[in-house]
Design a binder for this molecule. Structure first.
Ligand SMILES: *[C@@H]1O[C@H](CO)[C@@H](O)[C@H](O)[C@H]1NC(C)=O
Ligand SMILES: *[C@@H]1O[C@H](CO)[C@@H](O)[C@H](O)[C@H]1NC(C)=O
Ligand SMILES: *[C@@H]1O[C@H](CO)[C@@H](O)[C@H](O)[C@H]1NC(C)=O
Length: 307
């Protein structure tokens, strides 16, 4: 085995040190150039977008063209700006009877950004909604939660400039849609997001318990758990009036537009203790404290209020 002469060893060290300094300098330079956004690596943002200063919402516009669109979500829903639609002028929004059936199976999944809930019913029954602003039937796909670092923030949508403690977004796709993938369905104009907001109360919401108690088993990304099935109509009470509707986008990359949003302003209840369990969930960069995108410009969009 050849021995290095002392001079050669020293020059080795020297080059090594210079190379490291150079890398550090390049890295710092990069940080400054990117205004603290590490958005250069497209793959890394697609796979590990986050809600921190690193790959967070302020970086998405640089990587995802859609995020620069004029119809982005979430928004601040202002009653004073909304167009009122009298209930008697349209078919009332209606939830199918399957909402009252217990699913055969329910799973919660940690996709490293939020908690997604999936459900299956016997005999391929699937809850669907129709009426109101909907031109056809939309069937249930899945639902996901949004939360923030404190009980004072956590919803993505704001109502009358107020943020709520949490938001539950339920994805529906047109029954006629060929593709059920969220991004493709959004692009094809087949996706509906129904949103409920949560307000903190001293008492636990019993209907959320199967999800909340399951969270500790899905702390690791890409982990899932089968939970005691929840009857959807108990968790998300149906309604036929008093809701907002507008056209927007997915609130997460690639921020695809063509999503119809229905927002129910009357909040549901959750306890502070229950929300805390959501904040213990881990993403690729540690606990997820905040998985909300800031509100986007309304531009010339119309927001309807179905009275
Ligand atoms: C928004 O403001 C309007 C008008 O002040 C009020 O009637 C409505 O209840 C408010 N909605 C919510 C959810 O705060
Ligand atoms: C999902 O897994 C990630 C990675 O371990 C973890 O940081 C996060 O807390 C988990 N989320 C939930 C909801 O358990
Ligand atoms: C959480 O995210 C929202 C929306 O991106 C942002 O406005 C808010 O400042 C964040 N909260 C904290 C404490 O970082």
């Amino acid at each position: 085995m050849p021995y290095l002469l002392p001079e050669e060893m020293e020059s080795h060290h020297y080059f090594f040190a210079v190379a490291i300094l150079l890398l550090i300098a390049l890295y710092l330079n990069d940080l400054c150039n990117e205004r603290r956004c590490a958005c250069r690596d497209i793959e890394s943002v697609i796979n590990v977008y986050s809600y921190d200063s690193f790959n967070g919402p302020q970086c998405w516009k640089q990587i995802f063209e859609n995020a620069n669109g004029k119809k982005q979500s979430p928004i601040n829903v202002l009653y004073s700006m909304a167009q009122e639609v009298p209930t008697e002028s349209v078919c009332p929004l209606s939830f199918s009877e399957e909402f009252h059936l217990s699913p055969k199976e329910m799973r919660i999944y940690n996709n490293s950004h939020n908690v997604v809930v999936y459900a299956n019913w016997d005999c391929n029954k699937i809850p669907y909604i129709t009426g109101g602003p909907l031109e056809e039937d939309y069937k249930f796909l899945n639902m996901r939660f949004r939360w923030g670092p404190t009980d004072h923030e956590g919803s993505e949508h704001m109502i009358n400039s107020t943020r709520y403690s949490m938001e539950l977004q339920i994805a529906f796709v047109k029954c006629s849609a060929i593709e059920e993938d969220l991004i493709i369905a959004a692009r094809n104009g087949c996706l509906l997001m129904l949103s409920y907001l949560f307000m903190v109360t001293p008492i636990d919401n019993p209907y959320l318990e199967p999800i909340v108690t399951g969270l500790k088993f899905i702390r690791n990304p890409m982990s899932y758990l089968c939970i005691e099935p929840i009857i959807l109509s108990l968790l998300i009470p149906d309604f036929s009036r008093d809701y907002y509707c507008y056209t927007g986008s997915l609130t997460f990359p690639p921020c695809t537009e063509g999503v119809l949003w229905i927002i129910k302003p009357e909040p549901l209840m959750i306890s502070s203790k229950q929300i805390r369990q959501f904040r213990r969930i881990n993403g690729c960069f540690g606990n997820i404290q905040n998985n909300t995108r800031p509100v986007q410009k309304l531009n010339n969009r119309e927001v309807s209020y179905y009275v």
